[in-house]
Design a protein around this ligand. Structure first.
Ligand code: BTN
Length: 237
C-alpha cells in the first residue's frame, strides 16, 4: 500500500509531526525523518539531542489491527528491528527491555512509543555516525561508527530498519511468539540483578527473562513478579 515518507531538514520532534499527520488522517506506515530536531524527546520527559547529520531520528505511524492492550509490544518490535539492522554491520546488539538497544553495555538507540486513541507513534533515535559524545554520556552511549571503526551509510541503515520494522511491527498479535523468541535471545537483562523505577516505586530483583506477553520477569525474594511497565531499568553491580 502507499507508504509515505516525509523528509524534513528540521522539525520540532518527528514524534509530534507523525502525531499531527495521524490526527489529519494519515494512513498506517507513514514515516517522518528529520536531519535535526529542535525539541527531540526521550522517555520520562528527557530531551533527546543529536548532532545533525550524524544520527538517525525518525518516527513511524502505526494503526494496529490488534487491541490497544498489545500496543506496548511495538516497543519490542522497534528495538528488535534496530538490533537486526545493526547486526548486519557485524556488531552484537542487545535489547534492554522494554525499548533500548545496547552494544557492550552502552546505549546506541532509544525508542519512544506514544499512542493516541486510534494510532501509535513509534519514534526511533539511533546513534549511527556520532563520532564523539559529551563527557557525561561517554560511558553510557555509543554509536555504530565508534563500534565498527568506520562511518556507516545512514540511509542504508534507515532503509534496513524500516524493512525489519515492517515485518516485526506486524508480529504483536498471533505471531508474537516469533517476535518474542528474537527479543529473548537478545535480552541483556536476563540473569542480571536489576533495579526498576516506576509509578509505584522502586523494585530490585533478579531478572528471569521476558514472559509470554512481553512482560519482564523479576524475581524478588523468591517471588516472581511480572512487570508490565517501568520508567527506568538499571543493571545493578
Ligand atoms: C529514550 O531513550 O528516552 C527514547 C529516545 C527516542 C528518541 C527518538 S528520535 C526520533 C523520535 N522523535 C523524538 O522526539 N523522539 C524519538
Amino acid at each position: 500500500d502507499d507508504m509515505r515518507l516525509y523528509i524534513r531538514e528540521e522539525i520540532d520532534s518527528t514524534n509530534d509531526e507523525v502525531r499531527r499527520l495521524a490526527e489529519a488522517g494519515a494512513a498506517d506506515g507513514a514515516v517522518v525523518i528529520a536531519n535535526r530536531q529542535t525539541s527531540g524527546r526521550g522517555r520520562r520527559g528527557a530531551a533527546w539531542v543529536c548532532p545533525p547529520g550524524e544520527a538517525l531520528a525518525f518516527s513511524v505511524l502505526a494503526r494496529p489491527a490488534e487491541p490497544a492492550g498489545l500496543w506496548p509490544r511495538l516497543a519490542l518490535a522497534a528495538g528488535l528491528a534496530v538490533a537486526e539492522a545493526l547486526e548486519l554491520h557485524g556488531v552484537t546488539a542487545g535489547i534492554k527491555w522494554p525499548n533500548d538497544v545496547w552494544i557492550d553495555g552502552r546505549k546506541i538507540c532509544g525508542v519512544l512509543v506514544e499512542s493516541g486513541g486510534h494510532h501509535v507513534v513509534i519514534g526511533i533515535g539511533v546513534n549511527v555516525n556520532v563520532a564523539e559524545f559529551p563527557a557525561e554520556l561517554a560511558d553510557s552511549a555509543t554509536s555504530l561508527w565508534l563500534e565498527t571503526g568506520e562511518p556507516v551509510d545512514r540511509a542504508g541503515v534507515f532503509a534496513e530498519i524500516l524493512r525489519r520494522l515492517d515485518v516485526r511491527r506486524h508480529q504483536i498479535g498471533v505471531d508474537f511468539p516469533l517476535l518474542l523468541d528474537a527479543v529473548r535471545s537478545r535480552c541483556v537483562l536476563t540473569g542480571r540483578r536489576i533495579r526498576l523505577m516506576s509509578a509505584d516505586g522502586l523494585r530490585e530483583g533478579f531478572c528471569e527473562g521476558i514472559g509470554t506477553g512481553g512482560e519482564l520477569l523479576l524475581s524478588v525474594d523468591g517471588r516472581l513478579e511480572r512487570i508490565l511497565q517501568a520508567d527506568e531499568v538499571r543493571v545493578v553491580e
